[in-house]
Structure formats: C-alpha cells, structure tokens
Design a protein around this ligand. Structure first.
Ligand SMILES: Cc1cc2nc3c(=O)[nH]c(=O)nc-3n(C[C@H](O)[C@H](O)[C@H](O)COP(=O)(O)O)c2cc1C
Length: 197
C-alpha cells in the first residue's frame, strides 16, 4: 500500500514540510516496509507547466499518476492569506474531478498564528471533497512556534505537537489504512443536485 506525502509549500526549508515528514516518519516506524511512502514536493515540479496547466508535460503526468497510485494522501500546506498556498492550489487544479476517489486524506497546515487554524476546514477540506476523497480525517494545525529550527538548521516538531501527530497517525492507521479498497460514491451530476430548503 502506498501513502503519498504532498508538500505544498513554495519555501525550503519549510515548516509544513517538516510536519509532513514527521507524519511520514511515524507511519514508517509503525508500519515498516509493508507501507510504501512516496513524496511529492510541488515546488520541484516545473513552474511553467504548473502555471500554464500543461497536463501533458511528463513531470506533471508523473505527478498525477503518483496521486492515482496512492491509497492514502497526506497533504501539507502553509496558511497563506487565511487559506492554503497557491502552489498547492495550482497542482490540485490539475487533478481530475475523481483524483481522490476511494482515498483517505490527512490534511496538515502550519501558520504564523493560531488565528487561521480553521483554514484547514473552511478552505482546504472542500477542495479535497470536490476531488471525491472518500475519507478526510481531522487535520493537524501547528503554529510556527511549535516547529523550531535546531542549531543544525533542521526544523524540529515540539513534543506537544508530536503527541497530536501520534494521534493523527493512530486514526490514519485504524480508519484509513484498514479501509477496504472501494471506489466510494458515484459523482452526482449538478443537474440532479436538490436542496432541501
Ligand atoms: C505570503 C504569506 C502569507 C501568509 N499568510 C498567513 C496567514 O494568513 N495566516 C497565518 O497564520 N500565517 C500566514 N503566513 C505564515 C505562514 O503560514 C507560516 O510561516 C508557515 O508556517 C510557513 O510554512 P512553510 O515554512 O511550510 O512555508 C504567511 C506567510 C506568507 C509568506
């Protein structure tokens, strides 16, 4: 089974990527070689192909194929202007409407302050839902103060945040990695959508 870690920050080093890697390390420790952990760093994709939506660019095709191969997707973003990063958005815009069909998704975000912690729920979650994700787990939000630089120049996740990541990985293990491989709900055409009010 493959878990794809998607890093959505345009920066390096990156706190949100450090958060993502922390989840990856925990998954690797818990599941060992039974779990294949793949990584997609969006900032490493060709910028012009991303911005001009060149679906047929080989690097973009490969990135989309890696999403298709994964059973579980962990996606990390910095909060930018009270939402997720533009870099992440341009990549998600390249995915087909059913790109996350049947998949479990764990969203992660970092922000300068706690004020925008709900960005995961009001901004990113609807986009993941629109891509037909089967199961979107409760996200993990961290402030910059909880992920600090070591003297060696690496980002380190603080202990209390580490506890929350452990819980998220537990939930992923019980609710995500053990889900039977189904394709989820069929999409409903817009013309058939009815409101109850
Ligand atoms: C352009 C820009 C916009 C930002 N907007 C917000 C914001 O609206 N709310 C917030 O809490 N932090 C904001 N921040 C701070 C980043 O979310 C925060 O530093 C984050 O941890 C950076 O993650 P990264 O190191 O993975 O890029 C912003 C930073 C930048 C560069």
């Amino acid at each position: 089974m493959t878990v794809l870690l998607i890093a959505g920050s345009p920066s390096t080093p990156s706190r949100s990527t450090a958060l993502l890697e922390s989840v990856g390390e925990r998954l690797a420790r818990r599941h060992g070689p039974a779990l294949r952990i793949d990584r997609l760093v969006i900032r490493d994709l060709p910028a012009q192909a991303l911005l001009q939506a060149e679906w047929s660019h080989p690097a973009i095709e490969r990135a989309i194929a890696r999403v298709a191969e994964a059973r579980v997707v962990v996606v990390a973003t910095p909060v930018y202007k009270a939402a997720y990063s533009g870099v992440l958005k341009v990549f998600l815009d390249l995915l087909g409407q059913n790109a996350l069909k049947g998949k479990t998704v764990l969203p992660l975000a970092t922000g300068g302050s706690p004020h925008h912690m709900l960005a995961l729920d009001y901004a990113l979650r609807p986009v993941l839902q629109s891509l037909s994700a089967r199961h979107i787990l409760p996200g993990v939000y961290a402030t910059d103060a909880q992920i600090t630089l070591t003297p060696e120049g690496a980002y380190q996740v603080h202990a209390d945040l580490g506890e929350r990541l452990n819980e998220a990985v537990d939930v992923l293990a019980t609710e995500g990695l053990k889900l039977p491989a189904t394709t989820g709900f069929e999409p409903v055409h817009f013309s058939r959508v009815r409101c109850s009010v």
